[in-house]
Design a protein around this ligand. Sequence first.
Ligand code: ZN
Length: 391
Amino acid sequence: MLAAACPPRRKKPPEAAWAFWPMPPDGRFVNLRRMRGLLALLLFALPAAPARAGDVGETLFYRGQAAAFSRDIVPAPGRVIFDTGLSDAPAEPYDAMLVQGVMPDAGVRLEAARPDAAGPDGEWRPLEIRRFDDGRFWGRLRFARASREPIRLRALDGGVSSGHVLEIYGIELFIAGSGPGAQTAAPPGPPVAISSGVYALVRRAEWGAAAATRPYSRHSPVKLTMHHTAGRLPADFAESVREMRFVQDYHIHGRGWIDVGYHFVISPDGHVFEGRPEGVLGAHVLNDNDGNVGISFMGNFHPPVSNHPSAAALEAFVALSRRVLGDYKIPVKALAAHRDRGDTSCPGDILYQRLPELKAALERPLLGLGAGSMDERDIPVQARPGRWAWD
Ligand SMILES: [Zn+2]
């Protein structure tokens, strides 16, 4: 889960409980398996609420996200291009909305409102949009007060030059918290060294990381957690670098965290991107970040997007995990998926099915590391067509 993130999961929910917005008649889900690279999805949303200083008080009451969808955009100057209609009432209160995806033409404007609310929350207001050169974007809107009122999202033509497809990878509703500075960060500790193992580490300077906005808090790693970004599945290394920058930007400026939430992010070609230093508190599991090292796979491995992890990414995960477990004397049983530690679908049904064999490989130090030891198995998945869904 944008970055995020990782959407909350409900066990065996009645279908209605998943509904967020009814699927608009002109909408369509994107099948990533057929349109790999075009669609993807996201939510790097880590339901993460650090337990101590650092990010405390900045965000964090995680709520959820709507499933990915796309819209054909036809120029209609000054007019509404699409409208989601009113959502169901979210399960929990929220005072912030984050939308992210791909906006090929910068002329699209996004607005949201809570039609049932009095005052400014009931009026259409523009999302603050942050758009990268490749069209990757996130948009944010803060509301005056927290509530569970249904929400409505629409797009307007603010100068679209031509027809194109707007992709929404994910939508999050959450409590934005009291903002930076609400808590005093712990003083910075000494530099934390990260040793590269047999995996290809892409250091922060190499992917163009922004500096953390405030000092980190140190912790002592005692466990590992596997995630997915619920975001774009990059097609190549250059796109992975851009996605990593996007995830960091989304976490810092969208979620309000001090840095990218994860300690490591793995790209489909098997590169390990350095996130936060592993010796400092991350932001990736709600109320369970102390001593917890977060490793995330780029992509969305859950329906309806249903990416499949590459062999290179799985092997990089094993190599990286082996090194971290060894350095800190952490038992393999202390490796878990995000969904094992909290209410979320992260890291997606498809990736989650691979966890037992990844742990088995880690239990056999001399096995499971070589090229070809992991395959790109085709795991059948069931999508939930026809509606937006809390994931
Ligand atoms: Zn997660």
